[in-house]
Design a protein around this ligand. Structure first.
Ligand code: ATP
Ligand code: MG
Length: 573
């Protein structure tokens, strides 16, 4: 799954003799191989890469892939990594997004140090570049309407035809373009186009528009400009100005590469950057498109861009994912040229693996029912020694209070159990985790038949850690002492879209899962979680991994998000 071999053709001439380095080459992804060839052939001394988000929304898991890929390559090949805002289209861009993106890039681990850039700071150089093209006879001002431009462009099967304005003189073009810049013409009345080839089989090369007139206030440059460059013209210039060696983007730009190369060649940059495309990361049953997330936010279906059901980076952070888990996930996904979709359960596997040995394992009762130990002294509180993490001794131990009245999870008791139910039911004995064996002697129900109390007796001989070997029980359940319990709200999540039916309905709308969130208001946790801070996470024994919600959790009202349950459907190869 690392790569499908595309882009390797130019490497075939290079034969390693050393077996070890043969092995290393094989495990490198196709981008690393291209960079190594470039370094070997003296085209560059290291990799200078960038992550170029447009500040028109929050970043998502797909962007994390691009951040880690670009950052990782720069780090590996002794180069630099830039964060550059591709803010050349003021319509959708906002400062709010700039701030969130900076925070998210840092959190994911894209350490850009002081290398923070804005494409809009290069508007002057882009303008100069356009003038240079005009002077070379490689660009012209065109007065065709947008509809006419489309009509003249031709189709995939038919060539386009030349604009009647294509042969304007250089002097005329210079004057008109300056007029465009000076606000002499209405929005949309003229454009500057690259003069390439209206018969090119690649439609992107049919005299693409490179500048348009649009009176819009820009978040960085204000009203200084009323003409704005198009992405395909601006992006290569941004890369070249920053000395980017390898401009890594996603596959949809493959057909734009000839135009990218044309721009850097015609503008005569000494060490032009090289565009390399890779396949976007897609997750199954998850919404990554900014457009769709934005709609969910605007329609109030989710609680902002960081709603824990989303896979924006801020949502993943709020849910309790860690940068380490995201890095592991990206490493497992690999880098490829072929489009594929990765299962969300793989991301869950990565967070479980990351937290497994790092987080304390505590007892939490999500759906409480009272258990009373009728033969336990009334006022007595005992402190049980409980390891913080059974698989990691270095995490030490804590004391957990135990008493006559406990809460247990409702699903751990049944009046009439089915076969193979080993938890509590009348007459059955189970182990209370880290404490005693108890036997159910009785239970109380309300008018609706709902169990309100479970009565048990305990056997003092069976205390955990006492070496008791008299008999075995099949079931072990967790509990929380009622008098010391910490009350909390816990939110459980499912996919925001209905897995069975797929992400989109036939009309293109999202197929929302009505059960994507369950809020449990009366959960009881053992007292060691008291005072847990935002983003702190725990394993709640038998329930999964949970993280303190950064938005809604307050002192005296703890709110936890379930990051992931303990069960896994994903197995790494
Ligand atoms: P979206 O389509 O989700 O709105 P975008 O491509 O418009 O994303 P940009 O801000 O333009 O968002 O993207 C910044 C960088 O992130 C680009 O280099 C883009 O190729 C990359 N990127 C975006 N989505 C993914 C993805 N799913 N997987 C990998 N890289 C991605
Ligand atoms: Mg975009």
């Amino acid at each position: 799954m690392d790569n499908d071999g595309k882009g390797l053709e130019d490497l075939s001439m290079h034969k390693e003799t050393d077996m070890q380095s043969d092995k290393e080459t094989a495990s490198k992804n196709f981008i690393e191989q291209i960079i190594e060839t470039d370094i070997r052939e003296g085209n560059c001394t290291g990799a200078i890469t960038r992550f170029p988000p447009e500040p028109n929304g929050y970043l998502h898991i797909g962007h994390a892939k691009s951040i880690l890929l670009n950052y990782g390559l720069a780090k590996k090949y002794g180069g630099k990594f830039n964060l550059r805002f591709d803010d050349t289209n003021p319509t959708k861009e906002k400062t709010e997004f700039v701030e969130s993106i900076i925070e998210d890039v840092k959190w994911v681990g894209g350490d850009f140090e002081d290398r923070l850039f804005f494409a809009s700071d290069y508007f002057g150089q882009m303008y100069e570049g356009a003038v240079k093209l005009i002077k070379k006879g490689k660009a012209y001002v065109c007065d065709l309407t947008p509809d006419e431009i489309r009509e003249y462009r031709g189709t995939l099967t038919e060539p386009g035809k030349n604009s009647p304005y294509r042969d304007r003189t250089m002097e005329e073009n210079l004057a008109l373009f300056e007029g465009m810049k000076n606000g002499e013409y209405p929005d949309g009345s003229k454009v500057l186009r690259a003069k390439i080839d209206m018969a090119s089989p690649n439609i992107n090369m049919r005299d693409p528009i490179i500048y348009r007139i649009a009176r819009m206030t820009h978040h960085n440059t204000g009203d200084k400009w009323c003409i704005y460059p198009m992405y395909d013209f601006a992006h290569p210039i941004e890369d070249a100005i920053e000395g980017i060696t390898h401009s890594i983007c996603t596959l949809e730009f493959e057909d734009h590469r000839p135009l990218y190369d044309w721009v850097v060649r015609e503008l005569e940059y000494a060490n032009p950057p090289k565009q390399i495309e890779f396949a976007k990361l897609y997750l199954t049953n998850v919404i990554t498109g900014k457009r769709y997330i934005k709609k969910l936010v605007e329609d109030g279906i989710v609680d902002g861009w960081d709603d824990p059901r989303l896979v924006s980076i801020s949502a993943l952070r709020r849910r309790g994912f860690t940068p380490e888990s995201i890095k592991t996930f990206m490493d497992l996904c690999g880098v490829s040229k072929s489009q594929s979709s990765v299962d969300y359960s793989m991301l869950e596997y990565c967070i479980r693996e990351d937290l497994k040995l790092k987080r304390p394992r505590v007892m939490a009762v999500l759906d409480p029912v009272k258990l009373i130990i009728t033969n336990y002294p009334k006022e007595q509180i005992e402190y049980m020694d409980v390891p913080n993490n059974q698989e990691n001794e270095a995490m030490g131990a804590r004391k957990v209070p135990f008493g006559r009245e406990l809460y247990i999870d409702r699903q751990d008791f049944m009046i009439e159990p089915p076969k193979k139910y080993f938890r509590l039911y009348p007459g059955n004995e189970v182990r209370l985790m880290h404490a005693y064996f108890v036997t159910c002697t009785d239970y109380v129900t309300d008018e609706d038949g709902r169990v309100t109390e479970i009565h048990c007796t305990y056997d003092p001989e069976t205390k955990s850690g006492s070496g008791f070997a008299g008999r075995k029980v099949k079931g072990t359940i967790h509990w929380v002492a009622a008098s010391a319990a910490e009350k909390a709200e816990i939110r459980l999540y499912e996919n925001i879209v209905d897995e069975e039916k797929g992400v989109y309905n036939e009309d293109g709308s999202l197929n929302l899962n009505p059960n994507s969130i369950t809020v449990l208001k009366n959960c009881y946790l053992e007292p060691s979680v008291k005072g847990a801070k935002a983003y702190e996470s725990f394993q709640f024994l038998r329930h999964g991994y949970f993280c303190v919600d950064s938005k809604d959790s307050k002192e005296g009202h703890l709110v936890f998000n379930r990051i992931v349950s303990l069960k896994s459907s994903y197995k790494p190869d």
